[in-house]
Design a protein around this ligand. Structure first.
Ligand code: HH2
Length: 276
């Protein structure tokens, strides 16, 4: 069988590239597309397996971005990628089918949908039709309100139930199961204790769902809570979290600091006797 996820070499790094207005100093123009491409080149050189490009913030409290605005932010970079190719495989972080389609047209290989296909009914059929890979993430509520006192009886079981249902929906829509990744959605409608239980629950989720597990905890609120550091000083905590996730079986860690995380994983892999 042809390898369904050729870029995946577990454990590996997904580098985050945010094209939100505050991401690059000249905000939104073609100049910023050059800067974004430069960032992709650096990620590739530093050993990221894939880059996750997003133009809508999904942080707690973030308001949704209209589809036209999300496309406007992405288009200059997508044009560069379409014309010149990308220096590494590209994932599109969106819950809107037209945005995913534009990125797939520019060569993206993975759709990373934080709504797991619930945000846009055209998303799962699009991914199926294009034969793309799909990351299904768990979120309780929506980014605007999700951190307002979230509750679970058994967070690992409930997140597993949700991901199992969304995998079923994706497969029913025609998505190749071999191209699906799952993500418990650290910080998406979860208190600290829920996040910690989910990280400890990675082996249970991986064996229950039988798919590679993606973990995104880089610079997130849980790292701030555990270390007392503001968002600019969470590198050490993020690296510790990434290593813990990988040691528990995460296949992909989604991170801002690619070079540092790749280095940390290289040391961990050497100790585990895993070849580079
Ligand atoms: N977290 C964020 C965005 N997309 N996708 C997946 N699969 N998993 C995650 O944990 C995840 C995600 C939010 O993180 P960040 O990139 O720091 O914020 P923003 O939404 O502003 O880009």
């Amino acid at each position: 069988m042809v390898d369904a996820l050729p870029w995946l070499s577990p454990p590996c790094v997904m580098g985050i590239l945010n094209l939100t207005p505050d991401s690059f100093s000249d905000g939104g123009g073609v100049g910023s597309a050059d800067a974004a491409l430069q960032r992709l080149n650096e990620m590739a050189q530093n050993g990221a397996a894939i880059a996750d490009i997003g133009a809508e913030s999904t942080r707690p409290g973030a308001a949704p971005v209209p589809v036209d605005e999300e496309l406007r932010r992405l288009e200059p970079l997508l044009r560069l990628l379409r014309d010149n190719g990308a220096p590494l495989p590209v994932s599109i972080d969106t819950s809107k089918a037209p945005v995913a389609e534009a990125a797939l047209d520019a060569g993206a290989v993975l759709v990373n949908d934080v709504t797991a296909g619930r945000g846009d009914s055209a998303m799962l059929p699009l991914v199926a039709e294009r034969g793309a890979a799909l990351c299904l993430m768990h979120m309780k509520g929506d980014p605007l309100t999700m951190q307002d006192d979230p509750h679970y009886q058994d967070v690992v079981r409930e997140v597993g139930d949700f991901l199992e249902q969304r995998m079923q929906a994706a497969v029913t829509a025609g998505v190749d199961e071999a191209r699906i990744l799952v993500d418990p959605g650290i910080g998406f409608g979860k208190a600290l204790d829920h996040n910690l239980r989910l990280i400890l629950g990675i082996p249970a989720l991986a064996s229950r769902l039988g798919r590679p597990v993606v973990i995104g905890l880089s610079r997130k609120g849980m790292i701030g809570t555990l270390t007392g550091r503001d968002i600019d000083h969470r590198l050490a905590g993020s690296l510790a979290g990434a290593l813990a996730a990988v040691a528990l079986g995460a296949a992909v860690v989604r991170v801002h600091d690619v070079q540092e995380t790749v280095d940390a994983l290289s040391v961990w892999k050497a100790i585990k006797g895993m070849s580079e």
